[in-house]
Design a protein around this ligand. Sequence first.
Ligand SMILES: *[C@@H]1O[C@H](CO)[C@@H](O)[C@H](O)[C@H]1NC(C)=O
Ligand SMILES: *[C@@H]1O[C@H](CO)[C@@H](O)[C@H](O)[C@H]1NC(C)=O
Length: 370
Amino acid sequence: MAPLSLLLCFLGSLSLCSAYASAAATLHLDGELPNGHFEESPSSSNLKKTVIVGKHSLPKWEIDGIVEYITGGPQPGGFYFPVPRGFHAVRLGNEASISQNVNVNPGSVYSLTFGTTRTCAQDEVLRVSVPGQSAEISIQTLYSSDGGDTYAWAFKATSKLVRVTFHNPGIQEDPACGPLLDAIAIKEIILPQKYIRGNLVKNGGFENGPHVFKNFSTGVLLPPKSLDQISPLPGWIIESLKPVKYIDRKHFSVPVGFAAIELVAGRESAIAQIIRTIPNKFYNLTFTIGDAKNGCHGSMMVEAFAAKETQKVPYVSQGKGGFRTTSFKFQAVSPRTRITFYSAYYHTKFHDFGHMCGPVLDNVIVFPSL
Ligand SMILES: *[C@@H]1O[C@H](CO)[C@@H](O)[C@H](O)[C@H]1NC(C)=O
Ligand SMILES: *[C@@H]1O[C@H](CO)[C@@H](O)[C@H](O)[C@H]1NC(C)=O
């Protein structure tokens, strides 16, 4: 795209040039992969019961190993596979994988958003990779009870074409176990170039994040940093063991703007950012906490840390989408200051104990204070 728009820039007027430049900008990937919902079926002659026969029989994908084409609902053998988006999904058997080649801009960062759930009460893992970069995502813990768990993983493109692969590295005793994949999307992540005036925190409102499915979303789980070097949430590091959840305004109550973070895993997951500070100077850290209007009731507590200061902020959730803004002052002790947030308690939905939830964090702002 770049050479073409450059050519048009030379040939055309300056206004035309900028018009083409913005047209090019709208071509940034943000949507489902071809047949990313798996609603285009293999032909019935390429299905042996549910097992897909032939490497190229699943439209737009290449498969390897035992990959099953699943229709949501009750399954033979007493299983039940929920498929919350559309009607179909694929299940990866032991060591099985699906792959697709995707055209990308070299040097850009992309995040994949994928709906996945385990099919047995075992320690199932999904490996997502592009050449040279990969993560193994534990899907043992279910965060929603409807099969709607969705994860994001980010990578940096090093060539024009990347091969995206989802692989089940497990060797389960029961070959009918293995991750179910329901929907896969990709989004180019535009990294923030500059700080917004008056805020030392990058992406403090969480407006820049992974693709969120339009029709059905239980939020996007962002796995901890140890699993992925590039964050699908620019500026932020997910620490500890468990993910945090990226939630959007269309499906949840969000205090400010389009998106926020729900702290769904208590003390087992923290979200942090390292900001530049001047030693001994005082700063004001302001942030908003609330609930996502998702039936998550109870006495919540968000703990915030900056330099040597700690703040415990209580919030009583009615599950109806309230929020409060709070602030505290801290004194920097070094040129880099880590600001960290986590939920002190664990929460589940009032009417659904299988659905983990928690307080919402939004609009994190740090600025020098007198
Ligand atoms: C969302 O749902 C509508 C109505 O059911 C459907 O027409 C549309 O194709 C869906 N879009 C996506 C992206 O799934
Ligand atoms: C931080 O800044 C906000 C916004 O200007 C202000 O309302 C708040 O009182 C400040 N907090 C502290 C602890 O100084």
